[in-house]
Design a protein around this ligand. Structure first.
Ligand SMILES: [Fe+2]
Ligand SMILES: [Fe+2]
Length: 481
């Protein structure tokens, strides 16, 4: 199967030409997508951009690199190869053949899961719309646009599933994905973090590190789905997602590195006079993006998610590697909780629940471990510079709006605070208006080949290396219009 059909209007490896009705439906959604891209996608006018385009799913190479005008990017539909013998890996249908069609009894739930995932993809493009105007280098500008076109392709991936498997309702939901907009009063995006602004590049790198990483974990659970087309779509999306993680991780690396250089060279923590971002500000941005991303995993316990698992719709991260019965009906699990609520002196602890209802917590913990990896990396950069300062992830209860800890305020160390105390102190932990204004003031575009803004270090290996696809940092990644 799955030779990529690149001659078609919509590149695909799903033999779209064999289903004329579906093809026509998607072809009629395509102009709406392009209108959305023109009006809500990257605002900076460009001639062309050095982009990676997915052209197939094979190991031998699934991507093609070249300069393309962004509006001519070939957004395609690519599902990972089908495993003819694939069996359901968990839940009450464990061991049965994976579903090629949506079972009627799970139709509504599956559609909902796909819509929620689909809604995040264009949302981030909207959030990042204006960042091109202040890119620190052509290399970074290209990486931004790469992330943007791929989030557009991920929208296509979800819209394909809606059109192919959910009939008229699916087509209506696909249309709605272009009507909701990030931050809109009337029709906002579904999840909170996707209605926040991404007003500057520090926020962008934090977003791609923390919030895109939530996406990686959600895709990881949907990749386990008994509904095989969803599984295969997510498996391929995860390949592209790796680059988004890279942009966030190395972006923050380079901000920390630049700050460390300035601190050492001037023997000061106060780097503003030298045009860098202080570690205290980096920590505040980290605190914000991490805590809003924790909210994306939902409440500590959830019967919906338990039902999704039992039904086989959504698994656990790395389900195949778990050493249990993959049904969890008799298991218990400790989730984070607010205890002694009635006493008037609540404390943060853990409580035992049925394992199935604790699956959000399970996934959030996997995510937190992964986030810690980045912090360790950035701390190595500080240590290598000879600095004693360290960054850290704030406590799980800090700045939460969803779940058990939404009811309280807590410091980054996990001390419960009264409302007044929180109001007094939060400016030490979250970006203040002054911090945001300062960071924004640094955001001046640098569009000259091989040059970079003063608040961020170039990638390792620059200028002769350190770029994308073996190209140097000083390559002409973007031609502005
Ligand atoms: Fe995505
Ligand atoms: Fe992404």
């Amino acid at each position: 199967m799955s030779t990529a059909d690149y001659g078609e209007k919509i590149p695909n490896n799903v033999a779209l030409h064999e289903d004329r009705r579906l093809q026509r439906a998607l072809e009629s959604w395509q102009p709406d997508f392009l209108n959305w891209w023109e009006s809500m996608g990257p605002a900076l006018p460009t001639e062309d951009v050095y982009l990676r385009t997915a052209v197939n799913v094979g190991r031998e190479g699934w991507a093609h690199f070249g300069h393309v005008p962004m509006k001519d990017y070939r957004w395609g539909i690519f599902l990972a190869e089908r495993d003819q013998d694939r069996r359901i890996g968990f839940g009450e249908h464990k061991g049965e053949p994976a579903w090629q069609q949506v079972p009627g009894e799970y139709r509504a739930e599956l559609q909902r899961l796909i819509v929620i995932q689909g809604d995040t993809e264009p949302a981030s493009v909207e959030q990042q719309r204006n960042l091109g105007a202040t890119a620190p280098s052509l290399y970074d500008l290209r990486n931004l646009f790469q992330v943007n076109v791929e989030e557009g392709r991920h929208l296509w991936a979800m819209v394909y599933l809606l059109h192919a498997h959910f009939g008229r309702e699916g087509r209506e939901e696909a249309a709605e994905l272009l009507h909701r907009n990030s931050g809109s009063e009337d029709a906002p995006r579904i999840l909170g973090a996707f209605n926040e602004e991404t007003p500057d590049w520090l926020s962008f790198f934090m977003f791609t590190y923390f919030t895109d990483r939530d996406g990686k974990y959600q895709l990881g659970t949907l990749k386990e789905s008994a509904f095989d087309p969803l599984s295969r779509t997510c498996e391929f999306m995860l390949k592209e997602e790796a680059h988004h993680m890279f942009v966030g991780t190395t972006g923050i690396d380079r901000v920390v590195e630049r700050t460390a250089q300035v601190m050492v060279a001037n023997d000061t923590d106060e780097v503003a006079a030298h045009g860098a971002i202080s570690l205290a500000q980096i920590q505040k941005y980290l605190n914000f993006h991490y805590s809003v991303s924790l909210d994306l995993f939902g409440g500590e316990t959830s019967t919906n998610v338990a039902n999704y698992y039992t039904a086989g719709l959504k698994g656990r991260w790395m389900e195949g590697r778990r050493k249990d019965d993959h049904k969890l009906t008799d298991d218990a699990f400790l989730v984070d909780a607010l205890l002694d609520l009635q006493s008037g002196e609540p404390r943060i602890g853990q409580t035992e629940v049925a394992a199935l209802t604790g699956l959000n917590t399970d996934l959030r913990r996997e995510y937190i471990d992964d986030c810690q990896g980045g912090v360790n990396r950035w701390n190595k950069i500080l240590a290598a510079a000879g600095l004693p300062h360290r960054l850290k992830l704030p406590h799980i209860a800090f700045n939460r709006k969803v779940g058990a800890f939404a009811a309280i305020e807590a410091s980054p160390d996990g001390d419960i605070l009264g409302k007044d105390e929180w109001e007094r102190q939060q400016g030490k932990w979250l970006p203040t208006g002054t911090d945001k204004t300062y960071v924004r003031s640094l955001m001046r575009p640098v569009y000259e080949r091989g040059k970079i803004a003063a608040w961020i270090a170039p990638p390792r290996g620059a200028p002769s290396g350190g770029g994308i696809n073996g190209k140097p940092f000083d390559y002409d990644y973007v031609h502005l219009a």
